[in-house]
Write a protein that binds this ligand. Structure first.
Ligand SMILES: Cc1cc2nc3c(=O)[nH]c(=O)nc-3n(C[C@H](O)[C@H](O)[C@H](O)COP(=O)(O)OP(=O)(O)OC[C@H]3O[C@@H](n4cnc5c(N)ncnc54)[C@H](O)[C@@H]3O)c2cc1C
Length: 355
């Protein structure tokens, strides 16, 4: 018998799986094709499970778990000397832009304060309605605002930097990494278990998964404002989001279901993202365009990801299909699947996410 675990895929899910497994003391190989269009490299980075509402899917379990797991993961990385993750608890600002939307603010806040309806209930004091003037003070490029609330628990992360930190920490723990495409599960080096974390490409190895790519084009603008690192994530009620990192504002993003695996920036995509961003935040009009990114979200058409053992394939596990929320849910999902794959006692009950 060879390794304890082979992880296929080196996006956020695969990197977190490898990190977690090496922390468990496992002998791990990660194989990643580094395909153009890797979702993690384009992901905006909003991590705000405390503003998720329960729906009819089991996803609320992921919101609740992510809310606890994320800060623990970041602290563990920092303690090991890997603090360059781009993670910051910057808060999330939800804004209305007309009178109709302003009427949605109080019911949304009410639902988030209701433990029966919030997916990852935050403490009430961390959610507060604020005035339009206060909203513009928090995010100066904003245009017209008719209502707003802030969630102090909202955070953002840089997917590329987080993956680098996870892989560096895992390599310190003995992880081996190979850049290659696994053409079939029969080609995987001998191991006790395999975790498929191949994002939108996962069905090439496991055709039973109903996961499809959803293209997202996203814009990075340069911002000459030293305070922008502390600006909150902006989530307009009926528009795309905005968030800031050191020296840049990220304007999201298209959601294209018919583009297949074409990881391309298109004229229509640019127009949609730019027009929307400037409608919400006209103060960005003079910002310099730094770069466009494009990623393929792994969308599970049933509405929630596939996590756990794959039936009729002994030793094969999957962690994939996180759609638009994989930077948020991916790390905990990966850890949970790894614990199942390694047979760690008390691993979480993943039956609701069974492939
Ligand atoms: C524009 C955009 C904005 C987003 N914003 C957010 C956000 O704000 N918050 C949030 O939580 N989420 C966000 N997401 C979603 C999030 O980025 C994804 O859900 C997440 O990154 C998926 O991670 P993954 O590891 O499953 O897949 P990926 O990051 O796509 O990685 C999969 C990796 O597996 C490799 N691979 C696949 N098959 C094989 C094989 N056979 N052999 C070897 N390697 C293989 C690929 O090459 C790739 O490197 C966004 C996504 C996009 C595109």
């Amino acid at each position: 018998m060879g390794r304890d675990l082979v992880v296929i895929g080196g996006g956020i899910v695969g990197a977190a799986a490898a990190w977690h497994a090496t922390r468990r003391g496992a002998d791990v190989l990660l194989i990643d094709a580094r395909a153009p269009g890797r979702a993690t490299d384009a992901g905006a980075g909003i991590v705000s499970p405390e503003t998720d509402l329960r729906d009819r899917t089991p996803t609320h379990m992921l919101s609740a778990a992510a809310r606890v797991f994320y800060p623990e993961m970041i602290s563990a990385l920092e303690a090991a000397g890997f603090s360059d993750t781009g993670y910051a608890r910057c808060g999330k600002l939800v804004v209305a832009r007309n009178d109709e939307q302003a009427g949605w603010i109080a019911p949304y806040l009410g639902a988030l304060r209701d433990p029966e309806r919030a997916a990852a209930p935050a403490d009430a004091a961390s959610l507060r309605e604020i005035s339009p003037a206060e909203a513009r003070r928090l995010f100066p490029p904003l245009g017209e605002v008719t209502g707003a609330f802030v969630s102090d628990g909202g955070a953002r992360v840089d997917g590329r930097r987080l993956v680098r930190a996870l892989l560096a920490a895992a390599t310190d723990n003995g992880l081996d990494i190979e850049v290659a495409t696994v053409a079939s599960l029969a080609d995987v080096p001998d191991a006790r278990a395999v975790v498929v974390a191949g994002g939108a490409w996962s069905p090439a190895l496991l055709p039973e998964l109903d996961i499809v790519p959803q293209r997202g084009q996203i814009l990075h603008l340069a911002i000459d404002d030293a305070s922008c690192e502390r600006w909150p994530v902006v989530s307009p009620l009926a528009h795309n989001y905005l968030l800031a990192f050191d020296g840049r504002v990220v304007c999201g993003a298209t959601r294209e279901d018919a583009a297949g695996f074409a990881a391309e920036i298109t004229a229509a995509g640019q127009a949609e993202v730019l027009n929307d961003a400037l409608a919400v935040a006209p103060g960005l009009a003079r910002a310099r365009v730094l770069e466009w990114r494009v990623g393929l979200r792994p969308v599970a058409r049933r509405g929630w990801p596939y996590l756990g053992a794959v039936s009729d394939r002994p030793g094969v596990f999957v962690a994939s299909g996180h759609g638009a929320s994989g930077l948020t849910y991916g790390p905990w999902s990966a850890a949970a699947v790894v614990d199942a794959a390694l047979g760690v006692a008390l691993h979480p009950d993943l039956r609701a996410f069974a492939p």
